[in-house]
Ligand binder design. Sequence first.
Ligand code: SF4
Length: 199
Amino acid sequence: MPEINWELFERQVAECRLCPLCGQIRHKVPGQGDRNAPLMLIGEGPGQVEDEEGLAFVGPAGQLLTRMLGSIGLPRERVYICNVVKCRPPHNRVPTPEEAEACRIHLRMQTFLVKPRVIVLLGSTAAKYLLNPEIRITRERGIWTERKGIWMMPTYHPSALLRDESKKPQAWEDMKSLREKLKELGLYPDLLAEKDGGI
Ligand code: SF4
C-alpha cells in the first residue's frame, strides 16, 4: 500500500480515467488552498473558467465565494476549496451519481490529507452526494451535522446566488452560522470579523 500524500493525490487525479468526464476537458481541477485548513468548502464541479485555468472557483461564482468568505473575515487562501468531481461536466450539467461515486476516491484522499474540522457543502449536488441523497437545499441549508468529528453544513452554491439574488440573505445567515461554529471550535481566532454587513 503506497503512502498517502499530496504527490500521490496529484498523480492519481492527473492520471485518472475512472469516468467519462475526463474525455472532453482542458484541465483537471483537483482543488486548491491551505492544505492544513480547518475549513474545507466543496462544490459541484468545475465550470468553463475553472476548466481553462485548472483551478477551482475562479470564475464569477468563485469571486462571489471569495467575497462571502471575506464577509466573515476569512481570506480565501486560509481555506481549502474543491469540488465533488475534478473534471468539468459538458455544458456544466450536474455530475451523475456514477461520476460522483467514481471521483469519491479523490475527495476521500483529499479530506484525509487536509483533515478539516468543518466542511461547507456548496449547493444541492455536494449536499446530496456527500450528506443526504434526499436533501432539499432550500429547506435544509444552514443545518449542522457532525460526522466522525467533522461538522458539515450545506448552503447555496454561489452560482445559485448569482442566478437568484433573493437567496443572498439566507446565504448570509449561513455564513454567520459558519462564523459561530468556527468560533465555538476555537478556529481562526485571529481572523473572524464581527461585522454584520451581509454578502
Ligand atoms: S471526474 Fe474524477 S473520476 Fe472522473 S475522470 Fe475526472 S478525476 Fe477521474
